[in-house]
Design a protein around this ligand. Structure first.
Ligand SMILES: [Cu+2]
Length: 181
């Protein structure tokens, strides 16, 4: 998995807008997920919230408003429970401000659940499926209970659980847009 941190693209976007050139949404093989917020920050989310990818594709998260992170559910990220494929490298962006991006290239097949640190409790979470819907992310939220190695892992909070689209919904629709924007 390849990580690229904090690209600031606001200036080039303004420059291109000034020249009357429309910047392409993303290059081939790169899929964008918008990190959204309404004006008062009362409603936030990843858009799309659910996405089916092929191995080798890159996701680029782009902060559009407010401030956000993209952070994998993984013990390395604050002791959270493992909800990405075993052996896949966990990611955790810094806080991204409007115009900033963070990208990850996905190779291992399976389900990847992730969150926004400031807004996890508010239900700002997302689910990616790379190829086949397998691995810890495809299992119930309490799958790790009863094992010694995972006794101190944190469960996904209720507000985040209820916000995540189902695996079946993502496999069926391929792109699940955020609601309410
Ligand atoms: Cu957020």
């Amino acid at each position: 998995m390849m990580l690229t941190r904090r690209h600031f693209t606001g200036a080039s976007g303004l420059l291109l807008a000034g020249l009357g050139i429309r910047r392409p949404r993303a290059e081939a093989g790169v899929v964008e997920i918008r990190m959204r917020s309404d004006e008062d920050g009362g409603h936030v989310g990843f858009d799309p919230i659910g996405l089916l990818l092929q191995p080798g594709q890159t996701v680029r998260w782009r902060c559009e408003a407010n401030y956000h992170t993209t952070t994998a559910y993984h013990p390395a990220n604050g002791g959270r429970s493992l909800r990405i494929p075993r052996g896949a490298r966990p990611w955790a962006s810094d806080v991204l401000l409007p115009g900033e991006t963070f990208q990850v290239t996905f190779t291992a097949e399976g389900v990847y659940d992730y969150l926004c640190e400031p807004h996890e409790q508010a239900g700002m979470v997302g689910r990616l499926i790379v190829g086949k819907p397998t691995g810890p992310g495809s299992m119930p939220f309490d799958w790790f209970k009863g094992s010694a190695e995972s006794s101190d892992w944190l469960e996904v909070p209720p507000g985040a659980r209820s916000a995540l689209p189902s695996v079946a919904d993502i496999m069926d629709r391929k792109v699940v847009p955020a609601m309410g924007f």
